[in-house]
Design a binder for this molecule. Structure first.
Ligand code: ADP
Ligand code: SF4
Length: 686
């Protein structure tokens, strides 16, 4: 299809200093959980983005020196010449598709406990590492340290140029060293690098000048900068000083990559932050500088992208998550294939796995992180290897993705679903507070399946083993999901039921999503630690019920710290008036009160409550699978060659795991047995 002229503006080339981006699609620096330990994995992932049409593709944070070490979180390095080869691998792959390669040179400062290198981190002052809980402090930089830092930065820029990068960053935000120098609050120095605005800006100015002087003839110099100061709060924007700083530096760099101070808003989950949420913060920047401006906003709508450019807010449509969910987003806009766009759902699972120190993954894009080790491509998939017909039972995320990807391979697929609508748990959960955007998981797959003549979906069709054996399919895939436990059994003790949990006033998330009538006060017991306990608590509280939240952990939704949601969730629920009981487990319910036991002291207390919502673990709905497998003769007789189970019905997990399982099943259908290890390992070779 031909491109709609409305979108032409997104495909205009834009000059950035000595280089030119072929369009306005700019993959801003983003973490990958790969870093310097996995150069091949990383290069293959970034290559796919360049192939998908991004005009600029950047690295993650790239340390300039061993005193800036974020281990165990993976980061890139340009510490010495040995690093150049690995970085060049990535830059070459990006260039292979005509995109520019950017590198975000980074110095962490006092944030960094430097766990790997055991070097002392340097900062404006000697301070405890912020954002970490390590009991270590940085060393205050003296003038000689500042001179050293400038040399490290310059040397790293020269290595970056040698590696082939086109854009070299001065990274002056996100609470790292340079933003501490800029900060009125954190920079308490009394020398010419502290005090007045001019003094606080001095180091950033020097680094821009140093970088330009070293590599500016070949590389553009970008500055990543926060549009607002620490005084911003919900509804108010504190940017007076930032404006002044921008005015002082205005056209010194070749590009401004603008974000904001509050990271949990900048890359907030869709529960809390919607598309283009940074516009009010960023809109003044282009009025101050004549240089191109890039900025993010979880842009997935092509119309919003056009508006950002037309309204004069951004020159480059910056993206991290939308480029992870759909590396081919630019190409799909160019070809007018809007229904093929896999829109990011804002779940922050990508970020969560980087925060766990492993390669990122994505709920919408199951190939993310698997480009090199499994050879998966987000748009291409090998053709079918047989004419086998396939029945997929259950149209949750696992079943839908399996059917979609099998259909893409060319297999004839029948997808059956017991409910009146597809989507399984996502269809239900997307009605919970803040989770509406999760429906995109269903919508993308539904639209794709709808257009495949070889895939048929039947709703309102609950299948039994008898049905399946009477049909005429060669292969059967069971994707029947899971259900929440009702008995209160917790994760770290044997799965014994809690006394009194057979009471009809004990509800599971499944009951609540099915519309159960719950009376208050409610005791919500969360041993799951992710979002479900918190969103159900919010649902109950906004319905006017008094809620006590009990968890064996130390905070609400402890795992959601990895998705940058935990603090916001705890703040929201505390503001709504929740009663919080941490470090407690539930040990009994008598219909009027619940018994809580402290996980440390084993002391007990009782809370008056009418109902309990128990959010512990789930049990696979695997009866159908077991029934079929228990009778090989019957399978043989009906001509069924294989029965597989995928997703929650095999092992309950996050939605991303179900989508991945469905995709993998489709990829591996008729594939030769890969032995015990089904992927390539990237490792240091000796
Ligand atoms: P997953 O996350 O693994 O995809 P879900 O729980 O989201 O699991 O989806 C499983 C789907 O399977 C649900 O929509 C459910 O209605 C459907 N299902 C369960 N049992 C059957 C069955 N016997 N026949 C057809 N559909 C079923
Ligand atoms: Fe978006 Fe979630 Fe994928 Fe991250 S994991 S890119 S937030 S859909």
């Amino acid at each position: 299809m031909k491109r709609d002229p409305i979108f032409d503006i997104l495909f205009e080339p834009v000059k950035i200093g000595p280089v030119t981006a072929k369009n306005r699609f700019y993959q801003v620096p983003h973490c990958t959980g790969m870093g310097y330990m996995m150069p091949k994995t990383l290069a293959a992932m970034r290559e796919v983005k360049a192939e998908g049409g991004w005009g600029v593709v950047c690295t993650e944070y790239c340390s300039i020196h061993a005193t800036s070490d974020d281990t165990p979180f993976p980061y890139a390095t340009l510490w010495d010449n040995e690093d150049i080869k690995a970085q060049a691998l990535m830059a070459d792959k990006i260039h292979g598709y005509g995109a520019l390669a950017g590198v975000q040179l980074w110095y962490g400062g006092g944030h960094m406990p430097n766990l790997l290198t055991r070097e002392i981190s340097l900062d404006t002052a000697s301070s405890m590492s912020r954002g970490r809980i390590d009991p270590v402090q940085s060393q205050a930089m003296d003038k000689a340290d500042i001179r050293r830092l400038r040399r490290w930065h310059r040397d790293a820029a020269l290595r970056a140029m040698q590696a082939g990068f086109d854009i070299v960053y001065v990274y002056a935000t996100h609470d790292y060293l340079l933003s501490n120098f800029l900060s009125r609050e954190w920079n308490q120095r009394i020398d010419e690098y502290g005090g007045s605005l001019e003094n606080r800006v001095r180091l950033v100015r020097e680094l821009i000048e140093d970088t330009k002087e070293a590599v500016g003839h070949r590389c553009a110099v970008a500055v990543r900068f926060s549009a607002d100061g620490a005084g911003s709060a919900n509804g108010t924007i504190d940017n007076a000083e930032q404006r002044d700083m921008l005015e002082m530096l205005t056209d010194l760099p070749d590009l401004w990559d603008i974000n904001i101070t509050d990271y949990s808003r900048e890359m907030g989950s869709s529960r809390y932050v919607k598309e283009a949420a940074l516009e009010a913060y960023v809109s003044y920047v282009k009025k101050i500088t004549g240089k191109p401006v890039a900025g993010v906003g979880r842009f997935t709508s092509p119309d919003t992208m056009v508006m950002q450019v037309k309204k004069g807010i951004l020159d480059f449509v910056g993206a991290a998550r939308p480029s992870i969910a759909d590396p081919f987003l630019p190409q799909k806009i160019e070809k007018g294939c809007f229904e093929d766009i896999r829109e990011c759902i804002g779940c922050n699972i990508c970020y969560a796995y980087d925060a766990r120190g492993v390669p990122i993954r994505c709920t919408q894009n199951p190939t993310m992180g698997e480009e090199w080790r499994r050879g998966w491509h987000p748009e291409k998939i090998p053709e079918k290897q047989s004419d086998d017909t396939i029945l997929v039972v259950g149209a949750g995320p696992a079943g839908m993705e399996a059917a979609r990807a099998l259909g893409q391979r060319g297999y004839r697929v029948t997808l059956t679903e017991a409910a009146m609508e597809p989507g399984g748990r996502v269809a239900l959960e997307s009605h919970l507070p803040g989770l509406a955007e999760w429906r995109r998981v269903i919508e993308y797959r539904d639209q794709q399946i709808e257009r495949m003549p070889n895939v048929e979906m039947y709703l309102n069709s609950r299948l039994t083993a008898k049905h399946i054996l009477s049909f005429d399919f060669d292969r059967v895939v069971i994707a029947t999901g899971s259900h929440w436990r009702r008995d209160g059994a917790i994760r770290w003790s044997p799965p014994l039921p809690v006394s009194g949990f057979d009471n009809e006033q004990v509800f599971t998330p499944d009951d609540i999503m099915a519309g159960a009538d719950v009376s208050g006060p409610v005791a919500l017991f969360d041993d799951d630690y992710y979002y479900m306990g918190a969103v159900l608590a919010e649902k109950m509280m906004t319905a006017g019920l008094k809620v006590s939240y009990i968890t064996t952990e130390a905070m609400i939704g402890a795992w959601s710290r990895y998705t940058e949601e935990q603090e916001r969730t705890q703040t929201r629920l505390l503001n709504l008036g929740i009663n919080l009981f941490t470090g407690k487990t539930v040990t009994g319910f008598d219909g009027d009160s619940v018994e809580l036991t402290c996980v440390y002291t084993e002391k007990t207390l009782r809370l008056s409550t009418s109902s309990i919502i128990t959010v512990t673990s789930r049990q696979p709905n695997d009866a159908l699978y077991r029934q079929l497998c228990s009778d090989p003769e019957a399978l043989n007789k009906s001509g069924i060659k294989s029965v597989d189970r995928i997703g929650d019905c095999r092992a309950p997990g996050i939605i991303a795991a179900a989508v991945y399982a469905g995709h993998r099943l489709a990829r591996e259908m008729d594939a030769p047995d890969s032995g015990d290890l089904s992927f390539r390992r990237e490792r240091v070779t000796v």
